[in-house]
Design a protein around this ligand. Structure first.
Ligand SMILES: Cc1ncc(COP(=O)(O)O)c(C=O)c1O
Ligand SMILES: N[C@@H](CCOP(=O)(O)O)C(=O)O
Length: 461
């Protein structure tokens, strides 16, 4: 299996190199040269298989010869071993044809654990084979950072630094990240927003000498490994719902476009996915490009769904590549428009393909609060605000007779202030109500400046 860059200027690489590199050297994102596909019979044969077995069947199709099958199987069994639910990604029914896919039973209570728990041992395995070390620098709006710190702590030869927007993550997320810091895993607060953090990370990658000097890599969803690992739960869901001929409609709280893009990948692999609805908060660039064809970031609005406070949705570039029929020159032209004129307009044919494959809804903060309340009053289900954005989007896009699955991307306790404000209580990770802890240590701060971050990264070596 070969991986190519969306920008078309970097050589094709194998799975191992794509995973270890993170971002392609031409600034593009890696994706497979061809989509591996399950036949209908192969999918049906997976009914009743464990989460780990399905993950193995999915990931081995992307990994090619990069890892021995038995090694991959062992590594995946360990990855999902400490999830707090035997189904790993359980479905909870919330309506006659509606289910919530709970993706928060991993060690940091967010969907990021699904990929991070798998790619950390995978990267460590590849690095040990190569006798190399690595520095991972990432941007987080609260969940990726915690999951990465948890998964990479103590892995020989891997150093991690995550940047997060100061005051832009929930108190629980900040506490969790600080608790997970170690000798080799670090976080720093940047005076800016998530897009600033992501821009700095991309700038570090653009500096070839720096990239080589620190052996830079990424585990944000620009890393292909993140996407492939996240595509697994779309397939386990279709299997659990009996691979219905009508197809499943997924509604996905979206920010960086990684999670819903993983659903697109599952569909390209043959999973019976009828609909993929992008649910955004007021930072609605994805809903706007769907409605108008114009992709243009605007000023970022802080919301009660901070993990989705993102305007530059980095994985949209991967979809764009397919919407433009895999023409890297056309893609580079649009990306140059984004850099130089602050946006681009999708060609008509590309927009039509986007609309054929995806729906999109933007949900305001009051609608989100109301949905938390309405869901609880109708079903006793407690949704975190990000999940509630998707529940509200789902209510606006009824799926007819097809099953509708709303992705629940974080445990409500991570955003307990909002949940408590709406419901008067918030469940803890067990069954007991959550008792907020006193605010602990203050995070390290770092200037919103590329050179300052480079200096901090060099100090990790
Ligand atoms: C809780 C939560 N929901 C939704 C999202 C959005 O997912 P994505 O960035 O993959 O679109 C994030 C951040 O990634 C998140 O942490
Ligand atoms: N919401 C994310 C932002 C980063 O997204 P990623 O999936 O690209 O890592 C977070 O919580 O950090």
């Amino acid at each position: 299996m070969q991986y190519i860059s969306t920008r078309g200027q970097a050589p094709a690489v194998d799975f191992k190199t794509a995973i270890l590199t993170g971002l392609a050297p031409d600034g593009g994102l890696y994706l497979p040269a061809d989509w591996p596909r399950f036949t209908a019979a192969e999918l049906s044969a997976l009914r009743g298989a464990s989460y780990t077995d399905v993950a193995f069947e999915v990931i081995r199709r992307f990994a090619g010869d990069s890892i021995a099958p038995e090694q991959l199987r062992t590594l995946l069994a360990e990855a999902y071993d400490d999830f707090g639910h035997p189904a790993v990604a359980p479905l909870v029914q919330t309506g006659p044809r509606q289910w919530v896919l709970e993706l928060f039973h991993g060690p940091t209570l967010a969907f990021k654990d699904f990929a991070m728990q798998a790619i950390a041992p995978l990267m460590a395995h590849f690095l040990a084979q190569e006798g190399r070390e690595m520095t991972i620098v990432g941007a987080t709006s609260g969940d990726t950072g915690g999951a990465a710190l948890r998964a990479f702590a103590g892995r020989a030869g891997i150093r991690v630094l995550f940047l997060f927007p100061r005051g832009g993550v929930s108190p629980f997320q900040q506490e969790q990240m600080l608790e997970l810091c170690s000798e080799t895993t670090h976080v720093a607060a940047v005076e800016g927003n998530f897009d600033d953090c992501q821009r700095i990370v991309k700038a570090l990658f653009a500096d070839e000498a720096f990239r080589e000097a620190v052996s830079l890599s990424a585990v944000n969803s620009i890393n292909w490994g993140r996407i492939v690992a996240q595509s697994v739960y779309y397939i386990t869901t279709c299997l659990a719902l009996g691979l219905p001929e009508t197809g499943v409609n997924f509604v996905v709280p979206s920010g960086n476009f990684g999670d819903i893009y993983a659903g697109y990948v599952a569909r390209r692999m043959g999973a019976p996915i009828a609909g993929l609805t992008i649910a955004t908060n007021e930072n609605d660039i994805l809903a706007r490009v769907h409605a108008t064809g114009r992709y243009a970031p605007t000023a970022l609005t802080p919301t009660i769904t901070p993990a989705m406070d993102i305007q530059v949705a980095s994985n949209f570039e991967r979809l764009l590549f397919d919407l433009l029929e895999r023409d890297p020159a056309a893609l580079c032209q649009l990306m140059a428009g984004l850099d130089r004129q602050g946006g681009f307009t999708l060609p008509e044919a590309a927009l039509a393909r986007f609309r054929a494959g995806f729906g999109a809804e933007a949900v305001g903060q009051q609608a989100c609060r109301d949905r938390i309340a309405a869901t609880h009053s109708a079903t006793r289900y407690v949704a975190d605000p990000h999940t509630a954005v998707a529940l509200e989007a789902a209510a606006r896009t009824p799926a007819g007779r097809a099953p509708q699955v709303v992705l629940s991307t974080a445990h409500p306790v991570k955003f307990n202030e909002t949940v408590t404000e709406v419901l008067g209580f918030c469940p803890g990770p067990g069954q007991a109500p959550f008792a907020p802890r006193a605010a602990g240590a203050r995070p390290e701060e770092i200037a919103n400046d590329i050179e300052a971050v480079k200096a901090r990264v060099r100090a990790l070596l």
